[in-house]
Design a protein around this ligand. Structure first.
Ligand code: M6R
Length: 612
């Protein structure tokens, strides 16, 4: 949840660290800090609030050190405050540490350290780490080059929970140690310098060559080297991987906000995700899967597991898999699934969707399914992310870096990839061949239709201006449109802070209609020709009760009773969420702008939820 940056090289570290933190602010922004090794020893500067507060601190420009660590925090243990900000140091100020994750046994470790004379100055779980490292460091009488590493390794052996840690030591001014377990961390290799970050975009302007770390791999970084060790400190060899994303795609490209830029990137994100997986007349291919009919036929159930928006994409996946492949498919929220003792076994195929690939609950659910003998597929937008390293198979959306907290292009890319995956399964199983070729044609036409949908932006802005002061907004739909109602409602509450609910339109009269009164805004999505008449009847019920209605449709219907109608291009219901969500993304965006809110960094939310 927090963001980590590190630098060791020949340049002044502090500007590089602050630049990296600014790019990582979407991971957490209630406090920020940096620590460098200066001629006088370890320096720590930190403050509550955004990275710009840190940037404005007196003396920050005087830092000369060429090795440093930095952190932007999203509070888990201890309120946002200067004392609780990272970096944290040990009592003797020998070590400085930044940490992302949660140390679950920190109370126990704190007690152990207190009993050994250590004092604590924050309420964080992190503060045990530098003190524990110090404890082992002072116990080690062997003063060789590996003493620092041994102390870090011994301390990590005692930690329960998740961590990505960077640590510097005043006795080793030319080294930094990093390690991770269940929390993201990458190392970027430069010329006589190394960069560390929680994710790739933050340091993409410095390098494209990255080392990806597995759990419990320790790295000792120097200016021109990176030495890797396994959990027993046995040296291991690692090659860099080259990341093709360009820096411009990680910047705003002239848009006011990342979210708007990412909404407009959807034609390309879909084009890239479709890639060369099929043409209208050729079968779908997934080189990463290479499944056979025998392999696929042994599964009697598919589980799709994810959180938030990724879970909503999973609902579109379920619709496609059940209809095209006739395999019973269940969609579950990862945080519920992992604790409900699911009936997963070796006849289950479990698909995990995560834009970041670092969501703690989704990763935990994946590990659980593997333990139960299921086969697992990860769908992620980040090559080499944790989830892809855990799963048996990984396939990727190619949406490019998604920086705004509110997910947009990742969602539509996930939906298209899931539908293509369903077609792939159906083709292997020899089902529905006539329906599949027309669906493929529809998929290939999506980028153009998204462009057409984006042209409706100013109409949506007009409606947003009319309703931005509302207290409650309701979203309704049936079938595939209900899944979009859910996603539209999540988007709105995330970035506009307006209370909103989504319902299956047919459920209305079983309770929610009691909330409808004069002037309440109801948004409805009507794209499935088989269900549109039914939804219209439900909307009529709210119109009668005085609701203000926004309708998103691709059907030729009588719209005279609605207040505002957005006509989007027609497409197959399998992929209609990819078009019908776009007006709703823009709706949330313009409402948030109208309210003067920070669209990209909504309050209390982090882009990547790496704690449970
Ligand atoms: O990185 P992930 O796809 O695993 O993230 C899952 C959710 O945290 C994420 O979709 C969240 O709901 C977004 N903020 C929605 O816009």
């Amino acid at each position: 949840m927090c963001g980590i940056v590190g630098y060791i090289g020949t340049q002044k570290a502090s500007p590089i660290l602050i630049n990296g933190l600014m790019r990582l602010e979407y991971r957490g922004y209630d406090s920020a800090g940096i620590s460098t090794i200066e001629k006088t020893g370890i320096s720590i500067m930190k403050d509550k609030g955004r990275v710009k507060n840190l940037y404005n601190l007196d003396g920050i420009n005087n830092l000369e050190g060429t090795i440093g660590i930095a952190h932007t925090r999203w509070a888990t243990h201890g309120k946002p405050s200067k004392e609780n900000s990272h970096p944290h140091t040990d009592n003797s100020k020998t070590f400085s540490v930044v940490h992302n994750g949660i140390i679950e046994n920190y109370n126990e470790l704190r007690k152990f350290l207190s009993d050994n004379g250590y004092k604590f100055y924050s309420q964080t779980d992190t503060e045990v780490i530098p003190n524990l490292v110090h404890y082992y460091y002072t116990k080690d009488s062997n003063n060789d080059d590996l003493k620092f590493l041994r102390a870090v390794k011994n301390a990590c052996n005692d930690l329960k929970g998740s961590f990505a840690i960077e640590i510097i030591c005043k006795d080793y001014p030319d080294n930094m140690i990093v390690v991770r377990k269940d929390s993201p961390l990458v190392i970027g290799k430069g010329e006589n310098e190394n960069y560390i970050s929680s994710d790739i975009p933050a340091i993409l302007s410095f390098t494209r060559n990255f080392y990806l770390l597995n759990d419990f791999e320790f790295v000792v970084l120097s200016r021109n080297d990176a030495k890797f060790y396994d959990k027993n400190l046995k040296p291991i060899h690692k090659e860099t991987q080259t990341i093709e994303w360009n820096t411009a795609s990680a910047e705003k490209d002239g848009y006011d906000d990342y979210m708007l830029k990412e909404i407009y990137e959807q034609p390309n994100a879909i084009r890239e995700t479709i890639g060369a997986k099929f043409s209208e007349n050729s079968k779908c291919e997934f080189d990463e899967l290479n499944f056979t009919k025998d392999f696929l036929s042994k599964f009697n159930k598919i589980y799709i597991i994810a959180c938030g928006t990724a879970m909503h994409a999973g609902l579109a996946g379920k619709n496609a898999i059940e209809k095209l492949c006739k395999i019973n498919t269940e969609v579950d929220i990862a945080s519920e699934f992992r604790y409900r003792d699911p009936l997963v076994d070796d006849k289950s195929l479990c698909i995990f969707i995560s834009q970041s690939g670092e969501t703690a609950d989704t990763i935990a659910a994946l590990k659980l399914c593997k333990e139960k003998g299921a086969k697992t597929i990860a769908i992620s937008n980040v090559i080499g992310s944790s989830i892809t390293r855990e799963a048996d198979y990984s396939i990727y959306t190619h949406a490019g870096p998604e920086i705004a907290v509110a997910s947009t292009k990742a969602y539509t890319s996930q939906v298209v990839l899931l539908v293509i995956l369903a077609i792939y399964f159906a083709e292997i199983l020899g089902l529905n061949s006539s329906e599949l070729s027309s669906l493929k044609k529809e998929i290939l036409e999506l980028p153009k239709k998204i462009e057409k949908t984006l042209e409706l932006s100013s109409d949506i802005k007009d409606f947003s201006k009319k309703v931005y002061q509302e207290k409650d907004i309701f979203f309704l739909g049936r079938g595939i449109d209900e899944t979009v109602a859910k996603e539209g409602s999540l988007k709105l509450k995330e970035i506009s802070y307006i209370h909103s609910e989504s319902y299956a339109a047919g459920e209305l009269k079983h309770g929610p209609i009691a909330l409808i009164e004069n002037g309440v805004t109801v948004v409805s999505i009507m794209t499935d020709p088989k269900l549109v008449e039914k939804t219209i009847s439900n909307i009529q019920e709210v119109v009668t009760r005085g609701a203000k209605t926004l309708v998103i449709t691709n059907q030729n219907i009588d719209t005279s009773m609605f207040d505002f109608v957005i006509h989007i291009p027609e497409t197959s219901p399998f992929v209609s969420p990819i078009l019908s969500i776009i007006p709703l993304q823009l709706f949330s965006y313009y409402i948030s702008k109208e309210k003067g809110l920070d669209v990209d960094k909504p309050r209390n939310l982090a882009k990547s939820v790496t704690v449970e």
